[in-house]
Unconditional design. Structure first.
Length: 181
């Protein structure tokens, strides 16, 4: 019972802290996979989309590698601007990224190289209709693939250890449940 009260006290203390301001990340981007970039060492997850994992195949096609290559082609070495809109459970920035007026998040869904995950549903429907990218055949959603291949994706994601990590994950979960206090 004491642990419960300690967790509640820690939660109250953390929720009482002001939110970190969002930041603008710009510069040369290294493409990790179809929905993750790195700019100046900051890992950025493209918000509102879910691309195949790098090791994922869709039928006989290496759709994870194709998705990464599509993002590389969209960027073409140009500077990327990412507007951070929060953090994910792995402490990566969640952001809408662009080059000039080109929204990279939207463009990946439009090319059929990522599925809509909360945003861009209209674009996904057009990509499906036109059988672009992954929609040209059958595939497991990236989320289903990760669930089946948990040990592969867990080994590439940062691990959080200790009581502090547990409290951070618990607080992140509470924020999701209560709508991002």
């Amino acid at each position: 019972m004491a642990i419960f009260f300690i967790l509640v006290a820690a939660l109250a203390a953390r929720l009482g802290q002001p939110k970190a301001p969002t930041q603008l990340l710009t510069g040369k981007a290294y493409v990790i996979d179809g929905d993750t970039l790195s700019i100046s060492g900051n890992h950025i997850r493209l918000k509102g989309i879910d691309a195949p994992e790098l090791q994922q195949n869709c039928g006989a096609d290496a759709c994870g590698k194709a998705s990464r290559q599509a993002l590389i082609q969209l960027i073409q070495g140009r500077p990327v601007r990412c507007d951070e809109q929060g953090r994910d459970k792995y402490n990566r920035s969640l952001a809408i990224c662009s080059i000039g007026t080109l929204n990279l998040n939207r463009a990946m869904v439009e090319a059929g190289q990522a599925i809509a995950y909360g945003n861009y549903r209209d674009v996904e429907l057009r990509a499906r209709r036109d059988k672009k990218g992954m929609w040209s055949g059958t595939f497991e959603t990236p989320q289903e693939w990760r669930r089946e291949h948990e040990q592969l994706s867990e080994s590439t994601e940062p691990q959080v250890n200790g009581a502090s990590g547990f409290i951070d994950r618990f607080i992140a979960w509470v924020r999701v449940v209560v709508g991002g206090l």
